[in-house]
Ligand binder design. Structure first.
Ligand code: NAP
Ligand code: ZN
Ligand code: ZN
Length: 347
């Protein structure tokens, strides 16, 4: 066992505090990673606050992890000491079900093993990336290209793949009108990736306060959803809408913006249900879909895509002690556009 520094939530309401957690010994197929940076995903906040259900406390969250390999098990072939690597939202899966065999470990029929708050193969509860080291099976460790700035790479492991996967699946590309709803951590990556794929990108944000940024990230159009005229103006116009909003919203108003055979993919995960008017789906033969992160192979594809296209998240680097303030800012939609913890501040 390796005892390492971390920050953990003591309860659903308590502030995150410095602590120590244990990592398992490096097994034959494991990789020991010295974490350099860990992104703060809104899912971390939903989780520690118990918004998605009960979780075991104390809990260390964080599933946007980038660091360096410092030790490998005897049978490891994919990674070597010194490699720059990443870990996202899952650290294992059954590897036997149809979905795992298809490379869709994120949709493992037995449930993938989450990077935190999940039961690990040794019966312990997984603990996430707000810590100095992590031990992960080599198959769930990604290669992070050196051309991506190391501090900016971490958010790709969740925010990046969560947008890349539906944009690729629903063919965002030349001739397609794509709207991204909410320009936070996920949304701003959606704008950059959809634009790089060649789509005509529109941002639907609560206000116009981030318009200049949105256009710089590659959007052609930017609208405020607080203005009812937006919904009249854009009715029946998009092939694809990706909703990244972390809170309840009037999903029918957004569905009405889809043109014939258009799809709204929901990746935002508010704790409350989103009631759908079926008549809104009837019009224009619209589809409502969901998407959850991406498989390991697709995550590697996304990292390589971002490296080739020079795409990186916009980040604000913080020390570990600033995490609680960062959470408050994320909750106020005051994030530009992903907080990343400098894990050196935990050593
Ligand atoms: P985030 O950085 O907080 O971004 C969410 C954005 O939604 C905000 O920046 C804001 O954008 C908009 N928003 C927030 N509250 C709103 C409200 N009440 N009404 C309208 N718009 C609102 O969060 P994130 O890290 O990108 O995560 C977004 C959601 O995706 C979370 O629920 C998270 O759990 C979920 N998630 C899902 C997956 C998956 O695999 N499906 C993966 C990761 C995260 P504007 O300021 O531009 O309006
Ligand atoms: Zn996440
Ligand atoms: Zn499986």
């Amino acid at each position: 066992m390796l005892t390492v520094n971390a920050i953990a939530a003591p309860s659903a309401t308590g502030a995150l505090v410095r602590t120590k957690i244990e990592r398992r010994d490096v097994g034959p197929r494991d990789v020991l990673i010295e974490i350099r940076y860990a992104g703060i995903c809104h899912s971390d906040i939903h989780t520690v606050r118990g918004e998605w259900g009960e979780v075991p406390y104390p809990l260390t969250v964080g599933h946007e992890i980038v660091g360096q390999v410092t030790e490998v098990g005897a049978e490891v072939t994919k990674h070597a000491v010194g490699d720059r690597v990443g870990v996202g939202c899952m650290v294992n899966s059954c590897r036997e079900c149809d979905n795992c065999k298809a490379g869709l470990e994120n949709y493992c029929l037995k449930g993938n093993t989450g990077t935190y708050a999940a039961k690990d193969r040794d019966g312990t509860i997984t603990q996430g990336g707000y810590s100095t080291h992590v031990v992960v099976d080599e198959d769930f460790v990604l290669r992070v290209p050196e051309s991506i700035p190391v501090e900016a790479a971490a958010p790709l492991l969740c925010a990046g793949i969560t947008l890349y996967s539906p944009l690729a699946r629903w063919n965002a590309g030349p001739g397609k009108k794509v709207a991204i709803v909410g320009m936070g951590g996920l949304g701003h990556m959606g704008v950059k990736i959809a634009a790089a794929m060649g789509a005509e990108v529109t941002v639907l944000s609560q206000t116009l306060s981030k318009q200049e940024d949105g256009l710089r990230f590659g959007a052609q159009h930017y609208y405020a959803t607080s203005d009812p005229a937006t919904f009249e103006q854009l009715a029946n116009s998009f092939d694809l809408i990706v909703n990244t909003v972390s809170a309840e919203l009037d999903i029918n108003a957004y569905l009405s913006l889809l043109r014939l055979d258009g799809t709204l993919v929901n990746v935002g995960a508010p704790p409350q249900p989103l009631p759908i008017q079926v008549f809104t789906l009837f019009g224009n033969r619209r589809s409502f879909a969901g998407s959850s992160i991406g498989g390991i192979a697709e995550t590697q594809e996304m990292l390589d895509f971002c490296a080739e296209r020079g795409i990186a998240p916009e980040i604000e680097v913080i020390d570990a002690d600033a995490v609680n303030d960062a959470y408050e800012r994320v909750l106020k939609s005051d994030v530009r556009y992903r907080f990343v913890i400098d894990v050196d501040s935990l050593r």
